[in-house]
Design a protein around this ligand. Sequence first.
Ligand SMILES: *Cc1c(COP(=O)(O)O)cnc(C)c1O
Length: 388
Amino acid sequence: MDIQRAERLKLLPPYLFKEIDRLRDEVRSKGVDIIDLGVGDPDQPTPEHIVESLRAAAGDASNHRYPAYSGLDRFRVSAAGWYKRRFGVDLTPSSEVITLIGSKEGIAHFPVAFVNPGEVVLVPSPAYPVYSTSTLLVGGKPVEMPLLKQNGFLPDLEAIDPATAKAAKVMVVNYPNNPTAAVAEADFYQKLVEFALKHNIIVVSDAAYTEMAYDGYRPMSFMQVEGAKEVGIEFHSLSKTYNMTGWRLGFAVGNAELVSGLGQVKSQIDSGAFDAVQLAGITALEAEQDCLEDLRQMYTERRDVLVEGLQGLGLEVEKPKATFYVWCGVPKGMKSADFTMRLLSECGVVTTPGNGFGSAGEGYVRFALTVDKKRMAEAVQRMAKLEM
Ligand SMILES: *Cc1c(COP(=O)(O)O)cnc(C)c1O
């Protein structure tokens, strides 16, 4: 039998982190002690009060049936309440909030609802790969907006070619940013709303990292600026904030028509997040948030060890204000992939090459702050032996 995958799959690059995992396992199988700073997956457990909440909810048979497509009403009320407390944003839970099976699920399904074949989606470069691959899967055309250091890794809206702006249906932004760790402020978001209204472009804001920030900095939400709800939708995730990546729980908020379109697609494809997981999610959002302060402290210490170490090696890198990534320039004359390979084969340190996130990521590697500070110091020591 001749089995051929659909043409659309041939458009996709291999999923970046799958490929890195393969290389890591290959080196590890040779007996190398690997320090994995590759994938952005928190190494710490989910806080106990959240786990306990799931245990209780999992034992309740009323949670065992199909969930509601758009999510538990109680979860959506809770998410709206959290947006109000955290950002001062008012949301109507029944129409402006939808539960997701992790924000990746929602981000990947969004183009199914809003992008026709041939339509342009403006995506950042470098970026979380799902924005462009989900566009490709529906026959849309991702057009990269380079995030450059001289612009604070924000897209230069004025540099977008007018014909491209006219053709664009959707623009994706992500702050605090993966992989550059850059942050956005109100002035950028205000210009973004103006741009979106002028060109009739839907704004997708991926806000997975608003709670991972340091030195007292509190990132804002796109939804805080006037007009955001008219043009956009914002994706939020419990994954990174509460060490819940494996639980698959996120939500989207914003324009009711955008939320409802996404919900229409989801009702045909999945049947919602497990009610017990949503109930534990309520616990995460509504309980005392002091566990987050401890996590921030922990990442701050790791960040300082890594960044000060890398600076000591003469690399171009700054302490991030937010996210658990460090975006580091590669040594002069080297490519991202060369540096990543040398870090892996000569130091046993896994990183992600910047160009894997898009062509404008060339010249950088991303470190994730996913090992304790002792191991981080060990990683720096090993790198100090590299001839660069
Ligand atoms: C991790 C990550 C996500 C996905 O998070 P889930 O809610 O676990 O699906 C989305 N966007 C960015 C930028 C991420 O880094």
